[in-house]
Write a protein that binds this ligand. Structure first.
Ligand SMILES: Cc1ncc(COP(=O)(O)O)c(C=O)c1O
Length: 398
């Protein structure tokens, strides 16, 4: 990671930006490609949205599918993971008494999505508490399997969790769910560009991911994956030109010549698809700049920062290293007023970082992306040590 790399991003220089995880950040060349799409749209809206859209939308789908280890027939572009997961949650045929099995580490907007679905259908959410520290995949899998019953219809899991930044070992639970006829729905909001994904081998029935976080595409770019056999179960949340009356017939085509899955979800009335169209530029940027190597450096720095803070606080990590999200670590901090601390970090040190209470813990969640530096991590450690009155020396680096 270098100054040069930091200059490639639009993040303001007066901010120590340690919260890539919330909304991502887009490199200048990718942002320029995004704006070029917007200029092209504005230059001839009818040609762009009327005649060329179907063809243009295919490019990112093909490039992304290749990156994600699946076929371009199995993914569809949309604006965010929340939308993709809502399409799934609101499509599945759930009845009173059916159960959605999930964990206590899920993202709040999706907890609300399932609560909404339950209110409408009479299904119920069953929450398995995943104790910390997470140290073995077996412990995680066994707890989920113990929660599966005859009534379980859906297994809903984050692949990387938001509050605890854990990389859940989801594959064995997915396999068991499939064996029992339970739909697996995976929230991969944080995974594309963060860990290497092979969607077909993960084996989930449905998987939504964001391109605007760690893949560094512009905001409003995401995908929904569905196994081919199950695509027909899904319904768009908005009915538009892509819908056809016979779309549920075997072998039906969508209105624009793709599958109904793609045409119905991609077409949502008039909108600006430029963020999705710039996904190809994001993939090119990553390849041209060897981004998996950059990621490896970021991972080392993120994990090292967490270890340094743990040395000072004496608080144990939330998991063993293999279950920590590579570039994002939820670091336990001593009990404190987290709202005050977050503002103090921002106002006194210009550090933007999420600090919050989760269950009975206080957490500072640090993200490290290519534009961050070791010096910024030193500043974070110094700031936390000072603000929290941690008495051990803060300048010790591992
Ligand atoms: C685990 C998880 N799921 C879903 C989301 C929602 O992402 P979006 O708002 O882009 O749909 C987030 C956002 O941070 C997240 O952390």
């Amino acid at each position: 990671m270098s100054e040069n790399l930091a200059r490639q991003f639009l993040i303001r220089e007066d901010v120590v930006f340690l919260n890539h995880g919330s909304f991502g950040a887009c490199p200048r060349p990718v942002f320029a490609a995004y704006q070029n799409w917007q200029l092209e749209l504005e230059g001839q809206p009818v040609e762009f949205l009327g005649r060329k859209l179907t063809e243009n939308m295919r490019g990112p789908r093909v490039a992304l599918a290749d990156e994600l280890g699946t076929s371009s027939d199995n993914i569809v572009g949309l604006t965010n993971a929340t939308l993709g997961l809502n399409i799934v949650a609101q499509s599945l045929d759930l009845k009173p008494g059916d159960q959605i099995l999930t964990t206590d580490h899920e993202y709040s907007a999706l907890e609300k999505t399932w609560a909404y679905v339950c209110r409408k259908t009479g299904a119920e959410v069953v929450v398995v508490s995943i104790p910390l520290p997470l140290t073995t995949a077996e412990q995680f899998t066994d707890m989920l399997i113990a929660g599966m019953t005859e009534r379980t219809k859906v297994l809903f899991l984050s692949h990387i969790t938001s509050p605890t930044a854990l990389l859940f070992p989801i594959e064995p639970a997915i396999t068991e769910a499939r064996r029992r006829g339970i739909w697996s729905v995976i929230d991969g909001a944080h995974t594309p560009g963060h860990i290497r994904l092979d969607l077909d081998s993960i084996g989930a029935d449905f998987y939504a991911g964001n391109c605007h976080k760690w893949m560094m595409a512009p905001k409003g770019s995401a995908f929904l994956y569905a196994r081919p056999e199950l695509q027909g179960l899904l319904n768009p949340l908005v009915i538009s030109h892509g819908w056809t009356a016979d779309s549920k017939q075997p072998g039906a085509k969508g209105a624009f010549g793709n599958s109904p899955f793609i045409d119905e979800i991609e077409m949502q009335g008039t909108r600006d698809p430029s963020a999705w169209l710039a996904v190809t530029a994001a993939l090119d940027y990553r390849r041209d700049n060897d981004w998996w190597d950059v990621s490896a450096h970021c991972q080392a720095l993120a994990q090292d920062t967490a270890r340094r803070l743990a040395d000072i606080t004496g608080l144990p990590a939330l998991s063993s290293p293999e279950f920590s999200a590579p570039q994002m670590v939820a670091m336990p901090i001593p009990d404190c007023d987290t709202d005050w601390l977050k503002i103090a970090l921002l106002e006194q040190y210009s550090i933007e970082i999420p600090v919050f209470k989760w269950q009975d813990r206080c957490i500072a969640r640090v993200s490290v992306q290519g534009y961050n530096s070791k010096g910024q991590m030193d500043l974070l450690i110094e700031a936390l040590s000072t603000l929290l009155n941690l008495n051990k020396s803060a300048d010790r680096s591992a």
